[in-house]
Design a protein around this ligand. Structure first.
Ligand code: SF4
Length: 336
């Protein structure tokens, strides 16, 4: 699980198979979703036996699921370090989105995020990322995948690219890249490669156009200043199928004034980008508070006056700790 044709070809060849068996193996794993080699009837019996002796498919069942009154379901998957990662299934009309994790923990340390507070353990393999998609109950119903769960995807570039390949390649799930969105704080070492290697949508966590305010929310502003990220992004074309959006979590009295909206519009105007305003889910022991509905509406219409398409992300699953990292933290602390 998580491997592409080249790696599968190496496995096949080491098991005495022919190159075309690699394609068959990919088809069994990603299209037929086989959970064991014995099911792979187009492979010879000898090869199936050899593969069973030396390998596993890598499917890992979830250990817990919490369901919100609004239908959002949060899954917990165990990891090899004894911890847990989260995936959130979010049904919304015709859309069924899965928010996947790319790391166990995160080193970016955003002040408003429970995952960031818990520190970093390790990066997930492409197989562990893809497993989240295949192992939830609604797997076959999914229409969209967002890399917005635990971790900074561009801090785990190789494995995340491997997972995106599985999702979008003809030998994998063969999804259109427009059904996938990756969210990043703007890791400048990896961003160009990501933009050149894939066609999936990009969401950048912005949260304040002011470097000092952003730095107080996101310590990574010092290393990856948003102005530098925006300058880099201006060198790419987002007017076609690929979408660029900026994520903006609204904190009362911190980043929700109209002057912040004006400054944000000056920073990102003319790029064909949209803004997603996000209602903040309170987290324990934090003085950050959500903006009022009136402040959000005012902020949205100010951005629209500047010609920026702006949406407000619906608040989902608050009753099941839907904010990133809250469920696994509760589990770790024995509260659930
Ligand atoms: S918001 Fe994202 S990048 Fe920031 S600490 Fe949390 S998981 Fe990491």
């Amino acid at each position: 699980m998580g491997l592409g044709p080249d790696d599968l070809a190496r496995i096949v060849s080491a098991s005495g198979g022919k190159p075309f068996n690699a394609r068959q193996l990919a088809e069994w794993i990603y299209v037929h979703r086989a959970t064991g080699f014995a099911d792979m009837t187009s492979l010879s019996a000898v090869m199936r036996a050899r593969l069973s002796d030396d390998y596993t498919i890598g499917r890992m069942p979830y250990t817990d699921v919490a369901e919100s009154v609004d239908g959002t379901r949060k899954y917990l998957f165990p990891t090899s370090t004894g911890g847990a990662i989260e995936s959130a299934y979010i049904p919304d009309g015709d859309r069924a989105t899965l928010c996947v994790s790319s790391q166990e923990g995160c080193r970016m340390g955003c002040r408003f995020c429970m995952t960031g507070r818990g520190g970093f353990r390790r990066s997930l393999t492409a197989g562990e990322i893809v497993n989240q998609i295949f192992s939830i109950d609604e797997s076959r119903r999914l229409t969209n995948i967002v890399f917005m769960g635990m971790g900074e995807p561009l801090d785990n570039m190789r494995e995340v690219l491997g997972a995106i390949d599985v999702i979008t390649a003809p030998w994998g799930m063969a999804w259109s890249p427009t059904r996938v969105t990756l969210s990043t704080i703007g890791v400048s070492e990896s961003l160009p490669l990501f933009l050149e290697r894939t066609r999936v949508h990009l969401a950048v966590s912005l949260h304040s156009p002011d470097a000092a305010v952003r730095g107080s929310l996101m310590p990574t502003e010092r290393r990856y200043p948003i102005e530098q990220t925006v300058r880099l992004l201006r060198g790419y074309d987002f007017k076609g199928q690929r979408r660029l959006s900026f994520e903006y979590t609204m904190f009362a009295g911190v980043n929700d004034r109209l002057s912040d909206a004006d400054r944000l519009a000056r920073l990102i105007g003319g790029m064909g980008a949209r803004v997603n305003l996000i209602r903040f889910h309170r987290i324990p022991d934090s003085d950050l508070a959500p903006s009022s509905e009136e402040a959000i509406v005012r902020f949205k219409s100010r951005l629209e006056q500047h010609g920026i398409i702006t949406t407000v992300r619906a608040s989902r699953g608050e009753d099941i700790f839907a904010a990133c990292g809250m469920l696994s933290t509760a589990k770790k602390e024995g509260r659930i």
